[in-house]
Design a binder for this molecule. Structure first.
Ligand SMILES: [Mn+2]
Length: 329
């Protein structure tokens, strides 16, 4: 039995700010390569780790173009939902999303938490489970999302759209380190969500893999050097063999990702920090009334004129927005 795992495809009809190429065209090319890989390696099942779409309900022409390519895949596609597939990270909204719609039409098979699917080929029984994203992911006990029991099967695969990592990523990003989910009985744990992916982890014949997102939507320096890949899994004879297949159609990062935008963003952030420092240096402001705030700021002589003017300009715009219900924007 052969499976192909891909994740975080983020299909969309527009180019992210950081991309230099025609992103939708590049995405379609990658997807066509994936379709060709499914054929070439005689894959029996395709697994998608979530963030199929970049937003829960893309324009219909975008859906049409992308799904037309997926329909060339003649084997079943098992999927879980990522945060981008849902409204407000809420799994209960799935029925109003494009991914939910696709599942209804049978274009993908959505794995439900706690409901294993049993696949069989050449005497090999595989238990497949999946955990979609939800707002408690990587906040609650990780065993609830990442660990499964292996029952009535030869091998078990569990897919999760959560931030699994091979090592600690520090305190700022919510994540789960592989060490914390070693009670799982899954032979293979496949994670999405973390776009950079991580090198394969093997503990007692169990594997934890994330090939990284199929597309590079941001221009983090590691994204620029990363080569998008899918994982080909071969379970023949009951053994687990996997191989990272880098996509030939993915161009080198520096040709498609614009580093200039990062520099600009950093400059903007520095200017904002300067502004905040300026305001703080001028003293504390009390009261929630807008008129009062304007008067206080205007009267502060310790503020530099540029900072004072900018503060007043922004307050005016905010007030206008509030009064016109955002019509100005
Ligand atoms: Mn994603």
């Amino acid at each position: 039995m052969r499976l192909l795992f891909l994740t975080d495809t983020h299909h969309r009809g527009t180019s992210p700010q950081n991309r230099l190429d025609n992103f939708p065209a590049s995405q379609k090319e990658k997807l066509q390569e994936v379709v060709a890989l499914v054929e070439k390696h005689k894959v029996d099942f395709v697994l998608h780790g979530g963030d199929f779409w970049d937003n829960p309900f893309p324009a219909l022409n975008v859906c049409g173009e992308i799904l037309e390519i997926y329909r060339a895949i003649s084997v079943p596609i098992y999927a879980i939902a990522g945060n981008h597939d849902l409204y407000g990270h809420n799994l209960n909204t799935l029925h109003r999303t494009m991914l939910g719609f696709m599942a209804r039409l049978g274009l993908v098979q959505l794995l439900k938490p706690g409901v294993p699917v049993y696949l069989k080929k050449e005497g090999l029984g595989l238990q497949l489970t999946g955990q979609s994203y939800h707002y408690d992911m990587d906040r609650r006990d990780p065993a609830l999302d990442y660990c499964v029991r292996k029952e009535k099967c030869d091998l078990a695969i569990h897919m999760v759209h959560g931030l699994l990592a091979d090592r600690s990523l520090g305190n700022i990003i919510r994540h789960t380190v592989v060490d914390r989910i070693l009670t799982t009985e899954a032979d293979l744990t496949l994670a999405g969500h973390y776009h950079l992916g991580f090198p394969p982890v093997e503990v007692d014949d169990r594997y934890f893999l994330n090939p990284g997102a199929l597309v590079r939507v941001n221009n983090h320096p590691s994204e620029i050097s990363r080569r998008p890949a899918v994982i080909l899994i071969d379970l023949s004879g009951g053994a687990i063999n996997y191989q990272l297949l880098h996509l030939q159609s993915a161009l080198p990062g520096k040709l498609v990702l614009d580093r200039e935008q990062v520099e600009l963003k950093m400059q903007r952030e520095e200017r904002l920090a300067d502004f905040v420092r300026g305001v703080k240096a001028a003293g504390e402001y009390y009261g929630l009334d807008l008129g009062e705030m304007v008067a206080t700021i205007a009267a502060k002589e310790t503020l530099s004129p540029a900072v004072r003017e900018e503060a007043l300009r922004r307050l005016a715009l905010a007030q206008e927005d509030f009064q016109t219900g955002g019509a100005r924007a």
